[in-house]
Ligand binder design. Structure first.
Ligand code: SF4
Length: 194
């Protein structure tokens, strides 16, 4: 039976397919043991959404589990404002709107639309600097790219022989200490115990 794809897994896949394995492995541990400083701040800042204490209004859906049968994706939305039909994803600090960020909001929108909610506005909220980033709905080309990414994910074989890591991404990767694909020789300045 096909299982749902978590939007965070799709994010991992876009960053590096191998990171999915390590993300699942680390899921069993306390997040503070492996997250970097920015990620820990994000987790703390997100707590009042995760525990649904951010708002008591009936017109604001908080931390709602959503699914989309069409794409077999699943996730938890941060905030959806009924009446304004506004979907908001909160992040600790946004430096740039990556394609993955858009996929995350679009994926949530597809889930809500399947639940018969109208979604008129999509936006990110950057908590540290209090900035709002409005996101448009995907055009037909972007929708196709989104669908292709999901297909690519479904067909990807983690054990395939002909796969090349992106060493620049490895450098930023929080799983590099564990990963067999991290080439320490490429970065002589790094230490395992930095
Ligand atoms: S260290 Fe490199 S290959 Fe390994 S998971 Fe991270 S980005 Fe991927």
């Amino acid at each position: 039976m096909e299982t749902y794809i978590k939007l965070s897994t799709l994010n991992d896949f876009i960053f590096c397919p191998k990171s999915i394995y390590y993300h699942n492995l680390y899921d069993n541990y306390e997040k503070k043991l492996y997250q970097n400083e920015a990620q820990i701040s994000g987790t703390i800042a997100h707590e009042n959404i995760d525990n649904k204490t951010y708002s008591s209004s009936k017109n604001v859906l908080l931390s709602l589990d959503v699914y989309c049968e069409k794409y077999w994706i699943a996730w938890k939305i941060d905030q959806f404002f009924i009446g304004d039909w506004k979907l908001v994803e909160r992040k600790n600090k946004i430096e740039k709107i990556y394609t993955w960020y858009k996929y995350q909001l679009w994926g949530q929108m597809f889930c809500l639309e399947e639940m018969w909610y109208e979604v008129s506005h999509l936006q990110f909220y950057s908590m540290q600097d209090n900035k709002i980033y409005k996101i448009y709905k995907p055009n037909s080309k972007e929708l196709l790219e989104f669908e292709n990414m999901i297909e690519k994910y479904k067909k990807f074989d983690l054990l395939q022989k002909h796969w090349q890591q992106n060493t620049q991404k490895c450098l930023k990767c929080i799983y590099r200490e564990l990963c067999d694909y991290f080439i320490w020789e490429v970065y002589p300045q790094l230490s395992l115990f930095e």
